[in-house]
Design a protein around this ligand. Structure first.
Ligand SMILES: Nc1ncnc2c1ncn2[C@@H]1O[C@H](COP(=O)(O)OP(=O)(O)OP(=O)(O)O)[C@@H](O)[C@H]1O
Ligand SMILES: [Mg+2]
Length: 415
């Protein structure tokens, strides 16, 4: 298990907060101060979560801040609130630090802000996780010789399936955020809305409801037309969308096998497909019920990696376990990453949630995605999520799910 309290490096400070914080941590814990540094070079230490420095620190430059953030280290700036027009705070915000705090805040307040800023690096990975990451950087081989397992067929792109452990947990928002980040790292993904219970991707992004999954199925099924004509480009995001059902009452018109075929066809022409599925996956026909929730089941069975989104609460953990019990026959050998979304607590709360889940089930990795007030604004405006805590904590997860293309060979696109 990794360290749960934030591991802190601080810039040497003449202000009293630094001395008080050090003493408080020695007396009461709540964090670990790894070093107090005097120069930029000293920040190259490994193994810390958050860097804290005064706005007046000479080496706190935009390049230095960006460099730390690229390494997954959050930066918290300290300013003097008595200064005219809070100019120290403005300076820090211009440097794009992750958070700011007033120099006269209490040590507890400091630790709260430092823990919050380091949420993106609160992670649990099983020992095979880095191997999984390396594997996902390569295209999948579609067919294998059943006798010796040697590759026979063509390569296809990777399918990342994003599901919710229950409704309304932020599955669609996470899928959109993931597509945005993959596009930024040069992977040009397609985001597919295969949620036949509550399709919402095009509505959320203000895109037309046609063409959509049904058009794509028509192309694939009848072999007429070009699948790419069913995709809607999201120019600002650098990705494409295959929209879901225009009307969710039409769910019975989607045959699970057709959806699976369309998704696989897409993976033949694109490197990464992010599929948003519904949170319902009960096998109703198996118990004599209607042919419902088959789409989620058929897509899950194809996934190269599953990202399960849940609420960061004890009930959220219970839902994750229910979901896993239901999904296991479909995704037994598929890596599962659990993302607790809307997280507001610090390291302590994260550790509790993690312990509760891992006591029963160890996923391939656990991530915490911060609650982000600006997301509500983006939702209303039909905009992509903006730079902020949500995308920042998702960035670590996106790198885990699909490494940047720079490190990988692009698969041949069928033109
Ligand atoms: N990290 C977050 N911080 C703040 N708000 C969030 C966060 N994640 C999601 N939300 C908000 O929660 C609401 C529900 O999100 P979303 O539609 O993605 O959920 P969902 O799981 O896809 O729901 P459904 O079950 O209906 O498909 C949205 O208004 C979204 O903006
Ligand atoms: Mg949704």
């Amino acid at each position: 298990m990794p360290e749960r309290e934030p591991v802190i490096v601080m810039a040497h400070s003449p202000r009293s907060w630094a001395r008080t914080l050090k003493q408080h941590v020695i007396d009461h814990g709540g964090g670990r101060i790894m070093a107090s540094i005097m120069a930029a070079e000293d920040a190259s230490l490994d193994g810390y979560d958050v860097f804290v420095a005064d706005d007046t620190t000479s080496f706190l430059t935009p390049g230095f801040v960006a460099d730390l953030q690229r390494r997954g280290i959050s930066v918290v700036g300290v300013y003097n609130p008595a200064e005219a027009e809070a100019s120290g705070k403005q300076r820090l915000l211009a440097l794009q630090v992750d958070d700011v705090i007033e120099a006269d805040a209490s040590p507890n307040e400091f630790l709260r802000v430092l823990a919050r800023a380091s949420v993106g690096s609160l992670t649990y990975d099983d020992p095979g996780f880095s191997a999984l990451m390396a594997d996902l950087a390569r295209p999948a081989l579609e067919y294998e010789d059943p006798f010796d397992g040697s590759p026979l067929g063509s390569e296809r792109g990777r399918l990342v399936v994003v599901a919710g452990a229950s409704g309304g947990v932020g599955t669609t928002e996470v899928a959109i955020g993931l597509a945005t980040l993959l596009a930024r790292s040069g992977n040009g993904p397609v985001l597919v809305d295969a949620d036949d219970v509550g399709p919402s991707v095009v509505q959320r992004l203000g895109l037309p409801v046609h063409p959509n999954l049904r058009s794509a199925i028509d192309v694939v099924h009848n072999r007429n037309g070009d699948l790419r004509d069913s995709l809607i480009p999201v120019t600002v995001g650098g990705f494409e969308v295959l929209g879901g059902l225009a009307n969710r009452r039409d769910w019975y018109e989607l045959r699970p096998a057709d959806v699976a075929e369309a998704v696989l066809e897409l993976a033949r022409i694109r490197d990464h497909i992010v599929v948003n599925v519904s949170s319902r996956l009960e096998d109703l026909p198996a118990i004599g019920g209607p042919a419902r929730y088959g789409v989620t089941r058929s897509v899950l069975a194809l996934a190269d990696v599953v990202l399960l989104v849940a609420r960061p609460t004890p009930v959220g953990v219970a839902r994750v376990l229910d979901w896993i019990a239901e999904a296991t026959p479909l995704i037994e050998a598929t890596p599962l990453i659990v993302a607790f979304n809307g997280f507001e607590g610090g390291a302590f709360k994260a550790a509790e949630i993690e312990a509760e889940l891992c006591h029963v089930y160890q996923p391939r990795a656990i991530r915490f995605i911060s609650r982000d007030k600006s997301l509500a604004h983006a939702t209303w405006q039909g905009m992509l999520p903006n730079r902020g805590p949500f995308l920042k904590s998702l960035a670590d997860l996106s790198a885990a799910v699909v490494p940047s293309t720079r490190a990988r060979r692009r698969i041949r696109r069928t033109q």
